[in-house]
Write a protein that binds this ligand. Sequence first.
Ligand code: SAM
Length: 291
Amino acid sequence: MTDDAGVPKSAKGRLYVVATPIGNLDDVSARALKVLADVALIAAEDTRHSIRLMQHFGITTALAACHEHNERDEGGRFLGRLLAGDDVALVSDAGTPLISDPGYHLVRQARAAGIEVVPVPGACALIAALSAAGLPSDRFIFEGFLPAKAVARRGRLGQLKEEPRTLIFYEAPHRILECLEDMRSVFGEDRPAVLAREISKTFETIKSLPLDQLCSFVAGDSNQQRGECVVLVGGWVAPVGDEQIDSEAQRVLGLLLAEMPLKKAAALAAEITGVRKNLLYQFALELQKDK
Ligand code: SAM
């Protein structure tokens, strides 16, 4: 037997980790449909949910539950099938499995058992949101869901206050306003932010505003407190006196500092980024003090 790229297949089955749409069903890939139709079994976060997707595409493959409560225990059942030579596809309710979704334990168990794990890439809300947000995308961190309780949430946000990379969060619609308000009080009113709602669906909204205005926008329109959403927040920009060094300039300076003396690094970083040499020099001195 060969796989879809014509590569000879081992006696063990393969575990395919298959991304499914996050809204618009046309976002499913042709390869995902082929894999879902060809495997012996689909391990699904919620079989009742996934069956609708399969029916829509005329896929008749058997489904079995693989959710966060049974994943560790039931992993053995899927492993048994894989070791016996059956291919299994793992899907979640929407988007990429394992991304704030079940699948981690099964993938780990499969890899530990020497089973080939094959990603079938596709939709992922955080990547779709980042691709359209207009915030720096060269470096970012994904925080998943913040704690539901206000004290723990503020605590986590406090730890992220001086994070220079773009921050990405998932949030439930009923908590979106309190979450944005906490972000405003921790990160400051002027921090740039983006709310990406209902991506690829009818009421898709991608709103980019400073946190204070984003809070007012969401508070003033209850429709913005519905549906699925991703929140993105611009990274922290280190203040130096009245002027600021943006994250790109910090990154360039950091790279150069690793390669050359401080003065030369500051001069070269100034040429590359357009930020004043003296400012970069002072910033580099501070950096070295902290080491
Ligand atoms: N595995 C999924 C992925 O790849 O993005 C994420 C699953 S997680 C349980 C669900 C969260 O993803 C939602 O609460 C929301 O924050 C985000 N999300 C999923 N679909 C979305 C959409 N169409 N628009 C905006 N956010 C979405």
